[in-house]
Design a binder for this molecule. Sequence first.
Ligand code: GLP
Length: 252
Amino acid sequence: MFVILCKGYAELSQQSAGIVAAAIRKRPDLRLGLATGTTPLGMYRELARMHREEGLDFSRVVTFNLDEYLGLAADHPQSAHAFMQNEFFKHVNVAPGNIHIPDGTPSGDLDEYCAMYEAIIQRAGGIDVQILGIGRNGHIGFNEPSSSLASRTRIKTLTRQTLEDNRRLFQESQAIPEAAVTMGIGTILDARKILLLASATSKAAALARSIEGPVTAHVTASALQLHRDVTILADEQAAAELSEREYYSDPA
Ligand code: GLP
């Protein structure tokens, strides 16, 4: 794993956007896996700026989001659909037909729907670059502790901690969905390149366990140790509990 220690959130956002932009310039029809959450917001802003000011072209990029709350329709303000629209898609030129986000209210059989999401990714040729954040318990996507490291897109029940963490994004009167449709760890590990972004002290313990701890379904980001092309961008706060910080920042 390639660990990049960033001076702060702005640098983390710029560096991650730079990596994504370089991948799009190299391959204009890049199949890009995307994440919700506050961490990638700066990266999305920087990519939007590059689109506006530098002509970064998303017209042939195909996107696949990691997850969606079960029970939230696309027009629900707290859905991943609404988040992606407001924070990214409306600021760039991804073709609407190229956007894929799991449906939180699929009609019919849920297992069949999840298998179909996997099939769409496969038919597109697989994900070239997958963006990830990390939860306080080390989850990626909504792959909570105990997720099989071979899991595919499916429904996953959220932990109490995740529900608490996400409460701030919902109004007090609104019920928070207790489950989500999420790509599995196996789905994520199939991506050709993975970029994990971690910012803030609240992520320090999870990040250290993911990078330096054992591979375990209890901390699902630790499964990334099994992937051959993972880049982790962490700001100083998120990197605070890494024991090999000096080694990671060695320019050689
Ligand atoms: C949710 C999402 C994850 C995200 C995590 C951290 O659980 N499913 O994909 O990485 O939150 O979010 P934040 O970046 O807001 O801390």
